[in-house]
Design a protein around this ligand. Structure first.
Ligand SMILES: [Zn+2]
Length: 202
């Protein structure tokens, strides 16, 4: 496997063949990684949080669960999971989220970092919206209100995914200097099959 460190507040993208696996690791603990996935033949078919809720009948996923596309087809399955806590409720942070909620004006958020990393693969930035927020902890109170808590991931916690179709995948190290990353941002490591071209914005 080829290992790549994504520095804090940056993104990386790669193509992965159906049946192959890749891993996302939080090397220092309590750092969220936003993840998107696209059909490599037709990126307008892409991972959908809402159709993943529909197929799984739940809003949280872990080992054995599959993520689905806008066409309702399988795209990634979680095959190993050291942490077990990931968020499907929140959209990725972006420039206005960082400014409005975290007092971080004029900075790239995950949405921009994912889009920049995906640009060489021809994925339009408008298609980058639905993320699996790996290691992110969200809560639902009174069956209505959602809130963000500190990630419970410990140093070295890893999630392994298997591609269910030829896919483009991008991962960002979340840029929020807030509770979402327990107050400070850190790197994320990915491991992909040997020979994979990794596109980055760093
Ligand atoms: Zn983020």
């Amino acid at each position: 496997m080829l290992e790549q460190r994504i520095p804090e507040k940056r993104g990386a993208a790669f193509e992965i063949a159906a049946g192959d696996t890749f891993e996302v690791t939080d090397p220092e603990g309590q750092q969220v990684a936003d993840l998107v996935a696209f059909n490599a033949e037709n990126p307008s078919e892409r991972f959908s949080t809402k159709y993943s809720y529909r197929r799984n009948n739940k809003v949280r996923v872990s080992t054995g669960d599959t993520l689905y596309t806008t066409e309702g087809r399988e795209i990634l399955t979680i095959t190993e999971d050291d942490c077990g806590v990931h968020d499907l409720l929140y959209a990725p942070c972006n420039e206005w989220v960082l400014d409005d909620y975290y007092d971080q004006p004029d900075q790239n958020g995950c949405r921009e970092n994912l889009s920049e990393a995906l640009a060489p693969l021809g994925v339009d930035e408008d298609l980058v919206l639905n993320t699996l927020n790996v290691f992110m902890k969200s809560t639902i109170a009174e069956q209505t209100y959602i809130d963000i808590r500190e990630p419970p991931s410990e140093p070295g916690d890893t999630v392994q995914f298997q591609a269910e179709q030829d896919s483009y995948v991008a991962v960002s190290s979340c840029a929020g200097e807030s509770v979402v990353n327990a107050g400070e941002t850190n790197p994320i490591d990915i491991r992909v099959p040997d020979g994979t071209d990794i596109h980055t914005n760093f």
